[in-house]
Design a protein around this ligand. Structure first.
Ligand SMILES: Nc1nc2[nH]c(O)nc2c(=O)[nH]1
Length: 320
């Protein structure tokens, strides 16, 4: 099986995969031989960057390839490629140009102007809300490497096998039904989820048992809901506090201005922006301070503050 590559023109200052796919937004991309791969919507998607070209390829699942499905609904190769391009464009939020956004942030913020050139091409992904919710429940007191390990374990243990390519087996991210029926709190603990096992399992159960709630999670992308409504909605899930809610809202529900506040953000707010809460530079992070810091960054960067914060968050990760 060989990959059929297609390409679109997209310079590295619009997207820089090597940083973007490791910066703690998404946790299941792996790089082999300069090719990034993961699964999206029951497909394996491959990405690579060659100068000004973003190249993509995909392998469909065995189910979609089966003669039965093909007979019922034959799809032309061009139609498949259109689907894949649509999928990738949505996932990478390609309708939004970040070059202009970077210029705008730099014009308002001298610190951003100074450091952002070395971190060009960091955009916000538009991920699946369910996977993002579970991934960020796993992110509590955790690091990118361990969160990735957990997300891969969920797929391997409870997802469906899609295809094997170049020695790697690819699996779907399990649905709420699959997690709720195939996993248990105990099995997740055995996989190393620690106290997060209960939250992952209970959130899966909530969504598996209530299909309307699952639909509602996805409908939160709509502009009919305010950022505050989305934030409140997400807080009902087990293991979700304000920071996890804001990460899910920003990274999967189109909430571009939300800046999730955690210790890293607090650190750069104080260090690089002399941020103070009620006149104090060493206040501990309370709910009131959390809200105040979000406001502080929106005032500084505007409606895409969540995107701007991600550039500085990535800088502080010190990816080699
Ligand atoms: N990519 C990420 N950005 C973040 N901001 C924040 O406050 N936390 C995170 C995170 O975990 N990943």
């Amino acid at each position: 099986m060989s990959l059929v590559w297609h390409s679109i023109k997209l310079p590295p200052n619009e997207i820089y995969l090597d940083k973007l796919l490791r910066c703690g937004q998404a946790f299941r991309w792996v790089k082999n031989d300069n090719i990034w791969s993961s699964t999206l919507n029951n497909r394996v998607v491959f990405l690579r960057q060659i100068e000004d070209q973003l190249e993509y390829a995909s392998l469909t699942s065995l189910k979609e390839n089966s003669p039965k499905v093909k007979k019922l609904q034959p799809k032309l190769e061009e139609e498949i490629q259109d689907d894949v391009l649509g999928l990738i464009s949505d996932y990478l939020n390609l309708q939004i140009s970040i070059v202009q956004l970077y210029k705008d942030w730099a014009s308002k913020d001298a610190h951003f102007a100074k450091v952002s050139a070395a971190f060009a091409g960091i955009r916000m992904l538009q991920q699946d809300p369910w996977e993002t919710l579970i991934s960020f429940i796993c992110s509590s007191n955790n690091n990118v490497k361990r969160i990735s390990k957990m997300c891969h374990a969920l797929c391997l243990e409870y997802g469906d096998f899609i295809v094997e390519y170049a020695g790697t087996k690819y699996y779907t991210f399990p649905t709420p039904d699959q997690l709720a029926s195939r996993a248990s709190e105990a099995s997740l603990r055995e996989l190393g989820f620690g106290y997060r096992a209960r939250y992952v399992y209970e959130t899966s159960k909530m969504l598996a048992d209530d299909k309307a709630l699952f639909m509602q999670l996805h409908s939160m992308r709509s502009s009919n809901f305010t950022d505050e409504q989305v934030h409140e909605f997400l807080l009902q899930f087990k293991g979700v506090g304000p920071k996890v809610a804001d990460c899910v809202a920003l990274m999967s529900l189109n909430r571009h201005s939300l800046v999730p506040i955690d210790t890293h953000v607090l650190q750069f707010a104080r260090r690089d922006y002399s941020y103070k809460f009620r006149g104090r530079s060493n206040a501990t992070l309370s709910s009131a301070m959390y809200v105040d810091m979000k406001r502080f960054f929106v005032e500084k960067w505007g409606g895409y503050a969540g995107w701007a914060h991600s550039v500085l968050f990535t800088r502080d990760l010190k990816l080699e």
